[in-house]
Design a protein around this ligand. Structure first.
Ligand code: HEM
Length: 445
């Protein structure tokens, strides 16, 4: 007989969530190895809502856009972010805006919004445009690990546009390593600070980052510059609220993390699909060649070929593959009883391949986003790489601007290929990255 999570009170029509009967650790390992087959099997056996034993926690996986809508729109305020995300990244990204809830979240997000207005975005583009163009002149040719190169470019952009600091190479590397350690720590199997382990390195990384940001705050408060760090030091909501030093440090550490890997992963996916589909690479290149080398803010909206390639890449591999929430009251999802204290997950990566919404869902087909087909418009949560509800990604325009700018220069100056039978092997153990860093052949045009 299938085990169940819990029953609701007598007389309630809510159904109990069936629990998967497999061993928790093996379950997590299978999920990380092949999340799509895992999701299909679970749905076939148990339906859209199923409980899993994972890393010692009972997690309810709620598939499908209706469940995503119910959880993320959170009408009853029964789901909270902090207790769910804290489980994964709490000690490393403490009090980042994504780890705040309700009134406190609204207050912080309101101030943070000042850093993402169209005016601020134009300022960031003016900063990043020339440095990306210059950086691209030094892009390597021949055998290139695309992921490694794109990650480095994203880091350079982050240092320039987010920090506005000229750092010596050793210091830049130290900060980068601290970030990598904090991000990797969240998915550690051993969730204790054993010296040398992932968790321990994550805590060490957090300390390095805190010390770094506190050290630079006085100078940033003293003058206004167009970088995010300075913008946060001076950000003021329309009702006059500002951030304390502690808030600035917490938000900087979180935003840098939120921006860095997500953009790198998206560009890597785009580079992969453009290599596998040279006709799309050529189409995107032709559009970029019609524009000036130096992109203006208003050019971005017109890059519709790159836009659908980006959307399709984000559909097939959303950099944040799932969104966890914690039930802070007894509640329900899709008619299933969710007791208080249950972790609930929206599996957007699997949802993005729902055959009820997308034709041939595993296929790369950017035309599905054309106005005629508009498959992503079938449901408000059909395409949700940036999440939904009050925590929807605040950096979505920034991210798309950076991605398009890097890809624009890459397309204009270089061509890249992979062998026809190459399939990118993915590592889903943290955020989804290629195991082999995506080896390509690059040729200067
Ligand atoms: C392709 C790139 C990106 C993707 C796919 C992405 C995805 C996401 C997702 C799914 C969430 C919601 C998580 C949840 O609700 O549990 C989120 C939140 C967030 N993202 Fe992004 N992101 C990207 C780029 C960026 C960039 C460039 C920045 C900053 C410059 C950023 C800053 C944030 C912040 C601050 C939040 C938390 C918002 C809140 O809780 O109010 N993201 N992102």
């Amino acid at each position: 007989m299938t085990e169940i999570l819990a029953t609701s009170e007598a007389g309630s029509e809510l159904r109990p969530v069936p629990m998967s009967d497999r061993n928790g650790v093996l379950e997590v390992m299978r999920m990380r190895r092949d999340p799509f087959t895992f999701a299909d099997e679970k749905q076939l056996r148990y339906g859209k809502v199923v409980g899993l034993n994972a890393l010692g926690v009972r997690i309810v996986n709620a598939s499908g856009p209706d469940a995503a809508n119910e959880i993320l729109m959170n009408k009853q305020k029964a789901f909270a972010n902090a207790p769910a995300w804290s489980y994964f990244i709490g000690p490393f990204f403490n009090r980042g805006v994504m780890l705040l809830d309700f009134d406190e979240h609204r207050h912080h997000r309101h101030i943070l919004q000042a850093a993402f207005t169209p005016k601020a975005l134009k300022g960031y583009l003016d900063e990043m445009q020339p440095m990306i163009a210059e950086r691209m002149t030094r892009f390597p040719t021949g055998d290139v690990r695309m992921f490694t190169e794109l990650k480095q470019i994203t880091l350079d952009v982050a240092l320039e546009v987010f920090l506005g600091l000229e750092l010596p190479e050793a210091e830049a590397n130290r900060i980068n390593q601290a970030f990598i350690d904090t991000v990797r720590a969240g998915v550690a199997y051993v969730r204790k600070p054993v010296p040398g382990g992932r968790w321990w390195k994550g805590l060490r990384g957090r300390k390095i980052l805190e010390e770094f940001f506190y050290r630079h705050i006085p100078a940033k408060r003293a003058t206004q510059t167009p970088d995010l760090f300075s913008v946060l030091c001076h950000a003021e909501s329309d009702d006059g609220h500002t951030f304390t030093d502690e808030d600035v440090v917490n938000h900087m550490i979180f935003v840098l993390m939120a921006a860095h890997d997500t953009s790198t992963i998206t560009m890597t996916q785009m580079a992969y699909h453009l290599a596998k589909h040279p006709e799309w690479q050529q189409r995107a290149r032709e559009q970029s060649l019609e524009l000036d080398d130096s992109l203006a803010y208003d050019d971005l909206a017109g890059m519709d070929v790159l836009d659908v390639v980006m959307r399709e890449s984000l559909r097939l591999c959303p950099p944040v593959p799932a969104q966890p929430r914690m039930a802070i009251d007894d509640t329900q999802v899709q008619g299933f009883f969710i007791p208080k204290g249950t972790m609930v997950v929206v599996p957007q990566m699997a949802n993005h391949r729902d055959p009820a919404i997308y034709a041939h869902p595993h296929m790369f087909d950017p035309e599905r986003f054309s106005p005629e087909r508009a498959e992503d418009k079938a449901h408000r949560m059909a395409w949700m790489p940036f999440g939904g509800g009050v925590h929807k990604c605040i950096g979505l325009y920034f991210g798309q601007m950076e991605i398009k700018t890097v890809m624009h220069h890459l397309l204009r100056d270089y061509e890249w290929t992979v062998p026809a039978d190459y399939e990118m092997p993915m590592d889903y153990s943290a955020l989804p990255v290629p195991k082999d860093k995506l080896p390509v052949q690059v040729r200067r045009r």
